[in-house]
Design a protein around this ligand. Structure first.
Ligand code: FES
Length: 264
C-alpha cells in the first residue's frame, strides 16, 4: 500500500513534526547493502525500535515504494538484554534507549548494523565472537554437578560493590565495535571478555579457574593487544569500569607470567 509522505522536516528538534529514518539494509550475509528511507511522524518517546515497529506496520519508503519490514534484534526494550546494539547516526549505541528526538540530526536518523560483526540481515548481526571469547576465558563459576551444594560462599559488601558494576555487562559488543584494536589482524578478545575474566577471578568460587583465565589472556589476541584507546569505557551503555578491569587483569597476567617462569 503506497502512501504520500511529507517532505523532510529540518526545523529545530522542538518543532519537528516528522523524522526521516535512513536504514542500511542487506538481504543476506553476502548481499550488497542498500539504503532505504522512511518518513515517520515524530511521536513523544519514540525510539529507534518503536520507529522500526511503525515501519513494519506500513513498510513503504519515503518515495512511496512498498518494501519489507526491517530485520533487527531486540528483546527486553529496556537496555538489559544487549541485543539491539547498532550504529545510530554513526555512533554505536542501544536502539531501544535511543530516543529519536535526541539522536536525530537535522531531522534525520541513520541506522546501520554494527560494522565489526557479520551481518545476518539488515540490522541483525552475528555476535557469536563475543561468546566464543567468553568461553576462551572460562567466564563462569564452575559447579561440580547439579545437586544441592548448599549456600554459596559469603561475599562481603565491599566485594559485592566491586563485582556489581562488572556484572552489569549486557554482552552488547559495543566496546568491541568502538575498539581500534578489535579486528581480524589482532584477534583481540575485547574489553567485555577481559572484564568478565576479572569478575570471575574475584569470585570466591570462580577464582579456582583464575590461572586458566590468565593463561588464556596471554599470547595472540590476549590482553597485550589492548592499546588503551579508552573508547570502550566511553561507549559502554552500562558504564562498566572497563579500563580499570583491563589494568587489573593486565597486572595479574604479568604476575602469573613471572610465577610461571619459576614454577614450570
Ligand atoms: S532490546 Fe534489550 S537492550 Fe535493547
Amino acid at each position: 500500500m503506497a502512501t504520500t509522505t511529507a517532505p523532510l522536516d529540518t526545523r529545530s528538534p522542538a518543532k519537528l513534526k516528522t523524522v526521516r529514518i535512513e536504514i542500511k539494509r542487506q538481504a543476506s550475509p553476502d548481499a550488497e547493502p542498500r539504503w532505504e528511507k522512511f518518513d515517520l511522524p515524530l511521536r513523544t518517546g519514540m525510539n529507534a525500535i518503536s520507529a522500526m515497529m511503525e515501519i513494519a506496520a506500513n513498510p513503504v519508503t519515503a518515495d512511496g515504494r512498498e518494501t519489507t519490514p526491517i530485520a533487527y534484534d531486540a528483546n527486553c526494550l529496556e537496555e538489559v538484554c544487549g541485543s539491539c546494539a547498532m550504529r545510530i547516526n554513526g555512533k554505536a549505541r542501544m536502539a531501544c534507549s535511543a530516543l529519536i528526538d535526541k539522536v536525530q540530526e537535522n531531522g534525520v536518523v541513520r541506522l546501520e548494523p554494527l560494522s565489526k560483526m557479520p551481518v545476518v540481515r539488515d540490522l541483525s548481526v552475528d555476535r557469536s565472537v563475543l561468546f566464543e571469547n567468553l568461553k576462551r576465558v572460562k567466564a563462569w563459576v564452575p559447579l561440580d554437578g547439579s545437586y544441592d551444594l548448599g549456600s554459596g560462599p559469603r561475599i562481603t559488601p565491599q566485594q559485592q560493590e566491586e563485582a556489581y558494576p562488572l556484572s552489569r555487562c549486557i554482552s552488547c559488543t559495543i566496546c568491541m565495535e568502538v575498539c581500534p584494536q578489535f579486528n581480524e589482524e589482532t584477534g583481540f578478545v575485547g574489553a567485555a571478555t577481559i572484564a568478565q575474566a576479572k569478575l570471575f577471578n574475584e569470585h570466591p568460587t570462580g577464582r579456582v579457574l583464575k590461572e586458566e583465565r590468565l593463561h588464556a589472556l596471554m599470547g595472540d589476541g590476549g590482553i597485550q593487544e589492548c592499546g588503551y584507546a579508552q573508547n570502550c569505557v566511553n561507549a559502554c551503555p552500562k558504564m562498566l569500569p572497563l579500563t580499570k578491569a583491563i589494568s587489573d587483569v593486565s597486572r595479574d597476567v604479568m604476575i602469573q607470567a613471572v610465577k610461571d617462569v619459576f614454577t614450570r
